[in-house]
Design a protein around this ligand. Structure first.
Ligand code: PRX
Length: 652
């Protein structure tokens, strides 16, 4: 566990409590803690009440079938996710209400009412059908944060195709790996997207990936528009590549929603694990939408007049569940923004909050720490008085950042919901309910109603400090790893009997609040992005000069963690700054810029046990500049001193 005991004790003595402000609690959706006891008394009844809020073409016959580790929720039920996000809002006033409010990095805007979004989704659904996409086919989506990203997801859901969204920051090689693992038939991309004033050349990246993506038959290319499309001249391969706008213009605008089984796959989302190969997390339809819709409504306490903004990218699970499916299922107004928080200046997010009257704002601790470093003056320039609720997700939030968020952004009047969950859980699992939970800086407080969480030791006994564990199946849980049931069982269900292991350490305090302490496996969390140490190591050793590599996380003020790599070179390659840059860039080529190590130390040897296992614990100590722990099991104890000397040189 990376959190050291000293800072943990400081966290656990955190005694600042923030009860829900009376104004907020007065109009909140949840006003009574009996929701917890009611849900605990009959979890299945609780979740079926939420499922019943959705529109089903056919009702389910059994709420839960649990044959560990395989769960089926709402068995026999038929529904369509896009119908629930769009069609069912069209009967009343919501038809004309804004669904998606979009702003590009350069300031161009587009908005869609529910009715307009419905028309667009239907047309694109038909366009995909026209390309031969049928129920169960896989479609890769590799887009910037443009409305078409949400439209493409909903269009897939409408026709029963399985989407696999790949974050636009991933490299061509990562993209083709994902295309191939899912055997995707169609790839949806764009000519490019804006990021910090620069162009992300998505079509060019896609073309590079397509050279080794044999299953892709068609490519749909969104024209980003504006100055970007004037500058980027995407090469279109006749017969394979199609412009999105041309397909949509030619497609009929009514598209019957496919009647999907509750357990049909809605999407695959690749995420890093402890091996070099990302896993395709599989989410299904009925249970996923039920929990995503319920948590969006209660955790964000959605009100009729809300303007909701989640700053995640649709390439991550947060974008799936809390930009697209949860908010639209609830018929709220969703703001979507293409760019970075510091372009053209560091006031960009607050300018958007003011301009659109954002009421609910959901972001990551890494962003909050950056805002904090940029200073109070930026948010102070803007009118943030419409904000009423703030959220955070992705990593533990340090109490200073929490306090700053509460004061500088929330003006001291907005509750903060610190939400713990994962790609695999699909939806929020641990969180305050903002109308009733007294919050404490740094803790996600307690499990959402209907979710069973415990802290366990290796033996599976409940303890106050150990591993986080989820002890009952939940509706939005992953169903398997795409094409790899064995990996599903090994990764999540092999530590204890029939209990899910999320990979996080946790403690419980005297108020019964849960403190999430970070990953206990070889998974890093860099600026809220999940990266496996093995993935980076594989990318490093792929470089011809690298003989061996070990990667560890290093504490970083803004990013939470940064990547430190210890690399031994092959004899024929003398170390040099140029080689260091080349190796770092190689990781960018293999995975994407987010995985480039911030620190690379060349070393003649790595600290290993006598059985040859790399002692990452020692490398973490060295990277952090800490006193090095027990070295008695090392095969060659002098390695550590040499490494320390080298690292000291590197830092100076
Ligand atoms: O370590 C936990 C951390 O992020 C991991 C999940 O990462 P990912 O699947 O990429 O999903 C991120 C967005 C849901 C978890 O295993 N994590 C997420 N939220 C929190 C958190 N750690 C502490 N507090 C949180 N609120």
């Amino acid at each position: 566990m990376s959190t050291d005991a000293g800072s943990l004790d400081a966290l656990l003595t955190e005694d600042r409590m923030f009860p829900p402000p009376p104004d907020f609690a007065g109009r909140s959706l949840v006003t009574d803690a009996e929701i917890y006891t009611r849900a605990a008394a009959d979890r299945e009844a609780f979740w079926s009440e939420w499922a019943a809020e959705l529109h089903w073409f056919e009702p389910w016959t059994t709420v839960l079938e649990w044959e560990p580790p395989y769960a089926k929720w709402f068995v026999g039920g038929k529904l369509n996710v896009s119908y629930n996000c769009l069609d069912r809002h069209l009967d009343g006033p919501k038809a004309k209400q804004q669904a998606l409010i979009w702003e590009g990095e350069p300031g161009d805007t587009r908005t869609f009412t529910y009715e307009e979004l419905y028309v667009e989704v239907c047309a694109f659904g038909n366009a995909l059908k026209g390309l031969g996409v049928t129920k169960g086919d896989r479609v890769t989506i590799y887009l910037p944060m443009v409305p078409e990203a949400a439209i493409a997801m909903l269009a897939c859901a409408r026709i029963g195709a399985i989407h696999s969204v790949v974050f636009g920051g991933f490299s061509p090689e990562s993209l083709s790996d994902r295309n191939n693992d899912a055997a995707a038939k169609v790839l949806i991309t764009a000519d490019g997207g804006w990021r910090r004033g620069g162009i992300v050349p998505l079509k060019a990246n896609a073309d590079a990936a397509l050279a080794s993506s044999p299953t892709i038959e068609h490519v749909v290319v969104v024209r980003r528009g504006g100055a970007l499309s004037d500058q980027v001249d995407a090469t279109m391969l006749a017969g394979r590549d199609h412009w999105y706008h041309e397909l949509v213009a030619a497609a009929p605008s009514d598209c019957e929603p496919e009647s999907m089984d509750a357990e049909d796959t809605l999407f695959i989302l690749y995420t890093s694990g402890t091996t070099g190969k990302p896993k395709g997390v599989v989410h299904t339809t009925g249970g996923y939408l039920t929990q995503v819709a319920a948590t969006t409504k209660l955790v964000f306490d959605l009100q009729e007049d809300d303007v909701y903004w989640c700053t995640a990218d649709v390439g991550w699970i947060t974008g799936h569940s809390y930009i697209v499916y949860g908010p639209l299922a609830n018929g709220t107004r969703v703001l979507m923004y293409e760019g970075a928080p510091d372009t053209p200046d560091r006031g960009r997010f607050w300018e958007l909050c003011e301009k659109y009257g954002v009421t609910v704002f959901y972001t990551a601790p890494t962003a909050i720490r950056a805002f904090m470093q940029w200073g109070d003056d930026w948010p102070a320039k803007f009118d943030l008085s419409r904000l009423r609720l703030l959220g955070t997700v992705g990593e533990p939030i340090n109490p200073e950042a929490w306090m700053w968020y509460q004061k500088a952004i929330g003006g001291g009047r907005c509750p903060i919901v610190d939400t713990w969950w994962q790609t695999e859980t699909g939806a929020i699992m641990i969180t305050p309910l903002p109308g009733i939970t007294a919050t404490k800086p740094g803790t996600a407080t307690r499990a959402f109603p209907g979710i069973d969480v415990s802290i366990m030791n290796d033996a599976g006994d409940a303890t106050n400090a150990g591993y986080l564990a989820i002890t009952s199946p939940w509706p939005s849980m992953l169903r398997t790893v795409w094409g790899d049931d064995q990996r599903y069982r090994d990764t999540y269900w092999s530590r204890w009997d029939n209990v899910y292991f999320p990979g996080d350490g946790a403690k419980i305090d005297s108020d019964g609040y849960l403190w999430i302490l970070g990953r206990v496996d070889d998974v890093l969390n860099v600026a809220g992005h999940r990266i496996g140490t093995m993935e980076v190591e594989s990318a490093l050793v792929d470089h011809p000069a690298v003989a061996e590599a070990a990667v560890v996380g290093k504490t970083h003020d803004i990013k939470g963690q940064s990547i430190a790599a210890f690399v031994t070179l092959r004899d024929a390659f003398p170390s040099s700054d140029a080689l260091l840059t080349e190796i770092r860039d190689h990781v960018g080529i293999k995975i994407g810029a987010i995985a480039k190590p911030e620190m690379i130390v060349f070393t003649a040897d790595l600290p290993k046990t006598r059985s040859g296992k790399i002692m990452r614990r020692l490398l973490r100590d060295i990277a952090e500049g800490r006193a090095v722990g027990d070295t008695t099991t090392l095969a060659d104890p002098t390695v550590v001193a040499k490494l320390q000397a080298m690292h000291a040189e590197d830092e100076s």
